[in-house]
Design a protein around this ligand. Structure first.
Ligand code: ADP
Ligand code: GLC
Length: 469
């Protein structure tokens, strides 16, 4: 089968979060299963772009309403990622350093999608599957199905994977003219509550819809940022497939970001070495359990609760643990987490920013990873943590529910709590520290979790089965 993934992110080309990790890994594993998988994404000005050689494979010209523009499709020369990687360059729109967050994001991603469909429309063969990811690529199934100019693309199967339904790409109907000519009787497919909603449109127009964990699919039927009835209505074509992790990138025995390598037999010494290094660097106390948080400071991740949680933990449980935070996002949360430093410096450090290497070192050196997420469609951090022998403390939601079993339950290994509120999170931390005191049990769990198999092999086959269906 020939599968084309279309996405706004792909690791290591451009990454904001887990979407990039998934799109950087899934196609590789699909190739391993004997299929041809390709990735198409916008050409941003990232370090990856400048470090690699590119071949121009297509130059085209298309339009959004009255605005005509040229686009260029380039392909990475050496196939370094293990699959064909194509970038679409639209001068002035996509070629920026950032990925999201510009005032003209609607124009940027719509132009990208229109260019993709225009390019695909000129191919002299048809791929079997076009697999789109999140709202940035959500108009593609509609355009392929209903655009008069691309009628010959009708019938190519499209799949939508939802990594996050909180963001839907809403835009006013004034931008309706951006789309290539389409059957006006179908305009209702674009609309949700009076605005163009690319995510809703993709849910209606894709042949199948997946979420990145089974539990998240269930949750969307009662909590989907306004789209609940749509998920209920379309449930027949919806399925949850749990993400995997790239075990070649995330491997404690070969990870190039780690100075000391280890495996489950040497986990104690290996993790101690990393913990020591982290504690030295951030002036923490290596004799105390180390709890980390890594992630975007967005509402979904509940990072806004961390300052109060940390204050309460120190106050009610005592200064018996250390916290190390890595992340960026909401400036208000950044400020509050940075300010906390002056009050509890010996037991706490916040590194505000994005740092891939430090994240690997933290998964390796920590005792616990805290994920109090309000919404977590899958979550990759907890799976990286498990593989690196770090015990997850998670809220029971979405993919966290599907991957972490509480240590009080049969074959359990982590800590789970019900609500994303200060009381529940602090109680979760308290229970984690109790586990830490039981050294024999804690060591047994650390060794065991390193063997839990979350590699992409299983999930990649599930996607193939879905395409075949
Ligand atoms: P999301 O995609 O919602 O942000 P995931 O758990 O799926 O959440 O994936 C997050 C990914 O981004 C992980 O690979 C995590 O290690 C990484 N990450 C998040 N924030 C940072 C940061 N500040 N520095 C380095 N890596 C980060
Ligand atoms: C999204 C979700 C996250 C998921 C990731 C990859 O960013 O927030 O839970 O792991 O996509 O699918």
């Amino acid at each position: 089968m020939e599968i084309i993934h279309v996405s706004a992110e792909c690791y290591p080309v451009a990454k904001v979060g887990g979407l990039a990790d998934v799109v950087g890994a899934l196609p590789k594993y699909q190739q391993n299963l004997g299929h041809t998988a390709k990735v198409v994404m916008p050409m941003y000005r990232t370090a990856f772009l400048y470090r690699h050689e590119w071949d121009v494979v297509h130059k085209g010209r298309t339009h959004m309403g009255n605005w005509w523009y040229e686009y260029t499709v380039i392909k990475e020369h050496d196939n370094e990622l293990g699959f064909d990687l194509y970038l679409i360059d639209i001068y002035g729109l996509l070629d920026r350093e950032g990925i999201y967050g510009y005032a003209d994001d609607s124009e940027r991603f719509t132009a990208f999608q229109v260019a993709f469909v225009d390019w695909l429309g000129g191919w002299n063969h048809r791929p079997d599957i076009v697999h789109v990811h999140d709202h940035h690529t959500g108009l593609i199934p509609f355009m392929m199905q209903y655009s008069a100019d691309y009628g010959h693309l009708k019938g190519i199967k499209t799949i939508l994977t939802i990594h996050n339904a909180q963001y839907q790409g809403w835009m006013g109907w004034g931008k309706g003219t951006y789309l290539p000519r389409y059957d006006m009787w179908k305009s209702g497919l674009l609309d949700w509550n009076g605005t163009i909603n690319p995510l809703a449109c993709a849910i209606r127009c894709a042949w199948k819809v997946t979420t990145v964990s089974p539990s998240y699919m269930e949750e969307l039927r009662y909590s989907a940022n306004g789209l609940e009835p749509l998920f209920e209505y379309e449930k027949g074509k919806c399925i949850g497939i749990l993400n995997g992790i790239d075990t070649q990138v995330w491997d404690t025995e070969t990870d190039p970001y780690l100075g000391t390598h280890y495996n489950s037999d040497t986990v104690e010494a290996g993790k101690s070495a990393h913990k020591l290094e982290l504690c030295k660097r951030f002036h923490l106390d290596p004799s105390k359990p180390l709890i980390i948080f890594i992630g975007r400071f967005a509402l979904e991740k509940a990072a806004d609760l961390l300052p109060t949680v940390i204050g309460d933990a120190f106050h009610y449980i005592g200064r018996t643990m250390n916290f190390l935070i890595l992340g960026s996002g909401d400036p208000n949360v950044e400020g509050r987490l940075a300010n906390l430093q002056s009050m509890v410096a010996q037991d706490y450090h916040a590194f505000i920013g994005y740092n891939e290497q430090l994240s690997h070192q933290m998964y390796a050196g920590a005792d616990f990873l805290l994920m109090p997420s309000r919404v977590e469609p899958c979550g990759l951090n907890q799976m990286y943590a498990l593989r690196y022998g770090t015990v997850p403390i998670v809220r029971s939601t979405g993919g966290l529910k599907d991957t972490v079993i509480d240590y009080g339950d049969w074959q359990g290994f982590g800590v789970r709590f019900e609500h994303a509120n200060v009381g529940d999170i602090t109680h979760g931390i308290y229970r984690a520290l109790e586990l830490y005191q039981d050294k024999v049990r804690f060591d047994e769990i650390r060794q065991r979790i390193m063997h839990i198999d979350h590699s992409w092999e299983n999930s990649a086959s599930e996607y193939i089965a879905l395409y075949l269906s």
